[in-house]
Design a binder for this molecule. Structure first.
Ligand code: CP3
Length: 347
């Protein structure tokens, strides 16, 4: 049996060089797969998340089709917020929505729920999926949203609009409530990540998708203390690598280096080489193919995947091949299969 700890992905996250870059794709379980679409005709998104056998099945779908180096558990960054008392809806076409956005006055009423009773379904799905994958020597990635990105959904009530004015006004004008909220989310998320690792997740990724809306000074004041605390608390409890992913944050990369993450995920707006220079430490870097490439021609996929791979090889620490942000629903299956073969050196 292949030992998961010796898998290419976990080696790369630990900083060990291997014969090739490992590859997995953000949002690899999702709408671009016809078998996922078929399940979605029968179940709502929340039903899929909340039924461990189904969530495990969706997690494994991309791995049955493509020779990827990791699975990522099928859940959403927003599901743990339901346990805080927020009603979450995934409406067709409009994306996620909370029925009542968070007001500063509501803060004293928020209580961190017991993790087993609020997201036990995801922990169970992790346990099922990781057992299946372990036999194949494939690691399973657990994840959570970062306090800042989750706050932006709670405050705006839906996917944050460009500029994120409501979130930023809350942050600046109600600083006490902001810090209180960040602490509650940090408590919740650290317990959630620790529970995921104990349930079988072999690595953990923190998604701070909307962090690029902040400048370095605001990042340091309103965000950084909580990210550091989150990573530090998980690290003392469980021994699994942690990845920090964000987008549009080239200007924050110098600051992100002090988070003590095992790997930094970057989008395509920065080159891997520049990302390494800006981070300033030889830390493993994950990314950063523009997902739109996977909707284009075979020639373009070959050219762009090779370009990212070649650049990855010049880095001081290992490169983990991924897209720079989640794969989009229009993605071509043939292109994903081509991408995986290229990274594996089979073409
Ligand atoms: O990567 C994976 O395959 C694992 C599953 C996963 C989902 N969401 C399932 C999902 C992960 C890692 C996420 C993270 C997530 N969710 C993020 C951070 C990463 C990113 O993309 O920036 C964010 C911001 C969300 C919030 C969210 N959930 C949005 C904005 C939407 C609707 C828009 C969209 O992309 O579809 C969702 C719904 C959602 N979460 C879907 C999936 C597969 C769409 C499912 C469907 O409609 O059937």
């Amino acid at each position: 049996m292949i030992n998961v700890e010796e898998s290419l992905l976990l080696k790369a996250y630990r900083g060990e060089r291997a014969e090739r870059a490992p590859v997995w794709l953000m949002r690899q379980a999702g709408r671009f797969l016809p078998e996922y679409q078929q399940l979605r005709e029968r179940f709502t998104l929340l039903e899929l998340f909340r039924t461990p056998a189904l969530a495990a099945q969706v997690t494994l779908q991309p791995l049955e089709r493509f020779e990827l180096d990791a699975g990522i558990i099928f859940a959403d960054i927003l599901t743990p917020l339901i346990g805080l008392g927020f009603e979450l809806e995934f409406a067709e076409g409009t994306g996620p929505r909370f029925s009542r956005p968070l007001e500063p006055e509501a803060l004293p009423g928020l209580r961190v729920p017991e993790i087993e009773s609020s997201v036990g379904y995801t922990l169970e799905a992790i346990s099922i999926a990781s057992q299946t994958l372990r036999v194949r020597g494939i690691p399973l990635i657990g994840f959570c949203g970062a306090p800042f990105t989750l706050s932006s959904y709670l405050i705006e009530g839906s996917s944050p609009a460009r500029g994120m004015h409501k979130t930023k006004r809350f942050m600046i004008e109600h600083a006490d409530a902001w810090h209180g909220l960040q602490q509650i989310l940090t408590d919740l998320l650290s317990e959630y990540l620790i529970a995921q690792a104990r349930a079988g997740a072999n690595a953990l990724q923190i998604f701070d998708s909307w962090l690029g809306n902040l400048g370095p000074a605001d990042y340091r004041e309103f965000v950084e203390p909580y990210l550091r605390e989150l990573i530090a608390r998980v690290r003392v409890a469980v021994d699994v690598p942690m990845v920090f992913f964000s987008t549009e944050t080239s200007a924050l990369l110098p600051a992100l280096s002090s988070l003590n993450a095992d790997c930094i995920g970057v989008d395509w707006r920065v080159s891997l080489k520049d990302a390494e220079r800006l981070i300033g430490l030889p830390v493993p870097i994950q990314g950063n193919l523009d997902p739109i490439v996977l909707c284009s021609s075979r020639e373009r996929v070959i050219r762009e995947v090779r370009r990212v791979l070649e650049e990855g090889k010049t880095l001081k620490a290992p490169h983990i091949f991924n897209v720079g942000h989640g794969v989009i629903p229009e993605t071509s299956l043939d292109n994903v299969s081509l991408l995986v073969k290229l990274v594996r050196g089979e073409l």
